[in-house]
Design a protein around this ligand. Structure first.
Ligand code: NSS
Length: 431
């Protein structure tokens, strides 16, 4: 007997095959019984007729509970009314592992309870759909950069130089060398690699000991960070809009089923094409004030400001040239207005807000050193980074896109914690 997966059933129409999976639903009229099985590739309705099967097989059906693992054998038949378009008429059924009192039942469970049972909750339809969309986006990220001749450079997770905010570091003892920090970004390292290879990117987990308990923050998240030699801030924004549009188009093209399962209205996603809207920070503050926000020039945009601003636009918007005071030391000063830097955030529409932070980098050795000192960082830890400005300095820029925020937006989820299998938050380390 051929063993197949549910996604392959179309090739076996009319044949008798074997399948392995978990019970996601059962019902019986007393004469006919139905089992909905899932195997990770899809869902399949299995049918059992009391009249046609041996008595022991019929009795075994009665022992099936939610998430029992089973092997089933039967004839595959096209059935337009069945989910997936096929049905299996069972001739055999074996229980592999029973599942008494599965903790997640088809009823309302609180969020807290579900996250405590995340290891089991992952099996639910919505969570499977989210995992597949995430997978597609991650694959699309790699494809986008590969097709454009970027070289992947893996950057260290244990680092000595602080990449973003000193206040949000996880640290650990590192032999005789003092403290090592878990990377907040791979950026400083891809800047070095850009001088070697021209167009590079890193893609991995990053860590921030953020005290923020918002729907947009995790303490461990995945970030992709391209860095391009000789790109200025405008080139950088053009790359971002092409990239984000590519990711959205790919999800729409390849994960329509999953987005439907998630009840995502895809109409706003279909609008995501270049060019995105562009507004300077200074104009954004004026706009926000007019909309009722009390943000003052010099403050960073808060979550509510981002939500308010993105609701004014039908596609993503770049907010560029923020005040120097709220941004990282490595951003290049704006020659036309030295109070600001040549950076941008990319805000996703429908209230989602920031998914990308990017900038042109300070390429002047002395200015960069001054910024490092101003921020109270130890110049010694950045000697290697300053070297990049001593030996063949070059205009360069790059950005970081947060995978979880992007997945939340594309899936239409209210919170980013469901976009990663095992989210890490201030109050969550298990499972
Ligand atoms: O801090 S960023 O704005 N920018 C950087 O880390 C730069 N070093 C990137 C670069 O230019 N190479 O973070 C970038 C993105 C941000 O827009 C979010 O989408 C995401 O990373 N991000 C987060 N996602 C989830 N949780 C947290 N805490 C978080 N922090 C940033």
């Amino acid at each position: 007997m051929t063993t197949v997966r549910i996604s392959e059933l179309a090739r076996h129409d009319g044949a008798s095959v074997t399948l392995r999976g978990w019970v996601s639903h059962t019902r019986s009229s007393g004469k006919i019984a139905f089992i909905v099985l899932r195997d990770g590739t899809g869902y399949l309705q299995c049918v059992l007729s009391k009249r046609d099967v041996p008595a022991d097989l019929w009795e075994r059906f009665a022992t099936l509970t939610l998430e029992t693992s089973v092997t089933v054998t039967g004839a595959v038949r096209a059935e337009p009314r069945a989910p997936g378009g096929y049905e299996m008429h069972l001739t055999d059924l074996t229980v592999i592992g029973p599942s008494p009192d599965f903790p997640i039942q088809p009823k309302e469970h609180g969020t807290q309870y579900l996250f405590e049972h995340r290891h089991l909750w992952l099996r639910s339809r919505r969570q499977v759909a989210i995992a597949r969309v995430r997978h597609e986006i991650v694959q699309a990220i790699r494809d986008f950069f590969h097709q454009r001749d970027f070289v992947l450079v893996d950057t260290p997770i244990l680092t000595g130089s602080i990449g973003e905010q000193a206040g949000e570091l996880f640290s650990t003892d590192y032999f005789d060398l003092g403290k090592a920090y878990l990377a907040q970004t791979g950026q400083l390292y891809v800047e070095a690699a850009a001088a070697a290879l021209g167009k590079v990117y890193c893609f991995g987990p990053t860590f921030r000991a953020e005290k923020s308990k918002t729907r947009r923050h995790l303490t461990e998240f995945w970030m992709v960070e391209p860095e391009v030699a000789f790109n200025d801030s405008s080139d950088n924004m053009r790359l971002q809009e092409e990239f984000v549009s590519y990711l959205v188009a790919r999800a729409l093209e390849c994960r329509g089923e999953e987005l439907k399962e998630l009840e995502r209205d895809t109409a706003p996603l279909a609008l995501v094409t270049p060019p995105f809207h562009r507004i300077s920070y200074t104009d954004a503050v004026a706009r926000l004030n007019a909309l009722g926000s009390d943000i003052q020039w010099g403050n960073d945009l808060g979550g509510d400001d981002e939500t308010l601003l993105t609701k004014q636009y039908d596609r993503p918007v770049f907010v560029y040239n923020y005040p120097k005071g709220v941004k990282a030391f490595y951003m290049k000063e704006n020659p036309d207005d030295p109070r600001t830097v040549l950076n941008n955030d990319c805000l996703a529409p429908e209230g989602y807000g920031e998914i990308i932070g990017g900038s042109q980098r300070e390429d002047d050795h002395d200015r960069l050193l001054a910024r490092i000192r101003e921020q109270g960082l130890d110049p010694e830890a950045y000697r290697w980074y300053l070297d990049l400005r001593k030996y063949g300095t070059f205009v360069h820029s790059g950005f970081g896109l947060g995978v979880e925020r992007t997945v939340a937006w594309i899936c239409g989820l209210p919170h980013i914690r469901e976009t990663i299998a095992f989210p890490r938050q201030i109050h969550r380390l298990y499972p």
